[in-house]
Design a protein around this ligand. Structure first.
Ligand code: FES
Length: 89
């Protein structure tokens, strides 16, 4: 697999806790999005570690195409248009 599965068309808002570590799903196949459940085992993807330095709401990427892993960088807006045009054109 060379491309991740598109888990969502929008980011996942999560209230993270200061001092906690999270593992963001990079393959898009996890059943507990946006976090890793081990589904990447047979892919060439590995989860991305995120350490919360403060308690706050953050937005983890759901489309899996962000350039700022594991956070949403807005890429989903452009890729959604491409995704929709592939489905409906
Ligand atoms: S959800 Fe992937 S860039 Fe926003």
């Amino acid at each position: 697999m060379s491309k991740p599965a598109r888990a969502s068309d929008t980011p996942y808002p999560v209230e993270v806790e200061s001092g906690k570590t999270y593992f963001w799903c990079a393959c898009g196949q996890s059943k507990i999005q946006p976090f890793c459940d081990g589904s990447h085992k047979d892919t060439n993807f590995t989860p991305v570690k995120y350490e919360a330095t403060e308690s706050q709401k953050v937005f983890f990427c759901g489309c899996k195409l962000t350039e700022s892993q594991p956070m949403c960088d807005g890429t989903h807006k452009e890729t959604e248009r491409v995704h929709q045009s592939l489905l409906f054109d």
